[in-house]
Design a protein around this ligand. Sequence first.
Ligand SMILES: *[C@@H]1O[C@H](CO)[C@@H](O)[C@H](O)[C@H]1NC(C)=O
Ligand SMILES: *[C@@H]1O[C@H](CO)[C@@H](O)[C@H](O)[C@H]1NC(C)=O
Ligand SMILES: *[C@@H]1O[C@H](CO)[C@@H](O)[C@H](O)[C@H]1NC(C)=O
Length: 390
Amino acid sequence: MAMSRVAKLFVVFAIYCALDPFNHSSISKFPDFKTYKIDMPPLSALPKERDRDNLLQNSEIRFLNEVQGPESIAFDPLGRGPYTGVADGRILFWNGTRWTDFAYTSNNRSELCDTKPSLLDYLKDEHICGRPLGLRFDKRTGDLYIADAYFGIMKVGPEGGLATSLTTEADGVPLRFTNDLDVDDQGNVYFTDSSSVFQRRKFMLLIVSGEDSGRVLKYNPVTKETSTLLRNLQFPNGLSLGKDGSFFIFCEGSIGRLRKYWLKGEKAGTSEVVALLHGFPDNIRTNKDGDFWVAIHCHRNIFTHVMAHHPIVRRFFLKLPITVKFQYLLQVGGWPHAVAVKYSEEGKVLKVLEDKQGKVVKAVSEVEEKDGKLWMGSVLMSFIAVYDLP
Ligand SMILES: *[C@@H]1O[C@H](CO)[C@@H](O)[C@H](O)[C@H]1NC(C)=O
Ligand SMILES: *[C@@H]1O[C@H](CO)[C@@H](O)[C@H](O)[C@H]1NC(C)=O
Ligand SMILES: *[C@@H]1O[C@H](CO)[C@@H](O)[C@H](O)[C@H]1NC(C)=O
């Protein structure tokens, strides 16, 4: 079993080497590029729960080729949608009949942003076209809050159109890779900035580097100020408030764990690790019961584990003559597959759903539960997968 996976990796390695020789331009723009140790827990400490039935393979593929790289999925306060942010920088709305353009984040869109041959091709113009990641509706006002990877935290009214900027920096440090957010009932926005060094289009360098300039921040709508709640994080990613608003949980990407930050009560202002994850997490979303669905791009394996502890090995592999796609396979977690895990607010694993072979669903970015269905988006899929909960 283990051997066949290794064999598979080598075949893929050979194909990628043949197709697309390495291009040094990405790393050469960062002369000080360094790799850091990632203090990952031992493999034996990772959760043992698995989905032996590969239940995610029963998901329905919807909107095939109508949505490119849907990252976050949201429904408005009237239950309409989904709304999703796609690779070309638009936020689309499914009105029940068809997809319509709802909103966008860049005031400088042009033909540059139009459809491209593959999902990875969009990366190079994202800083011009925008890349909406986390989406959340304010249930009271119907405003949509957007974490745009390049333009920071933005907001657009229920009628859509060009979003307006709420914040682009904190403590004098610009937001560089705004990733996910949640909004409380006073309009405070809690959000993650995955790195102060690398933009999203350099995500591979961020992953390989393991650097710790990521932050968790808060935007206050009354003072219009942004404050830093936590700093020195390695690739903080998804963030979701608990049902009663007394805390939020966010994903620490590089290490692969969930951390809870208290907003109210005697622990207010402190945080604690509540769970170790199966692999590399993306977004986290609360369901109506107050449980949390965590979208996990891929499992940790022995190989990625060794890489985490040995920054020199990661750097060596980055310099190999291979493409971003293969770097991803190598450095993030092997064959693209899907894992969705439901946690209690105390960090207990409640349910694990997988597609181990990536036959139907791959590299899930978000799992949004609504009316007994899980809606799954991914920056690497050209569709939305919908799974019926039993
Ligand atoms: C490397 O990529 C840059 C831009 O991404 C391009 O201008 C250059 O021609 C490429 N070099 C090779 C050797 O493919
Ligand atoms: C959805 O949008 C299309 C095109 O704008 C429109 O023709 C259709 O009536 C809309 N459907 C609903 C249910 O609003
Ligand atoms: C607007 O986009 C063009 C490319 O389409 C780019 O050259 C220009 O720098 C952008 N302007 C601003 C202000 O970002």
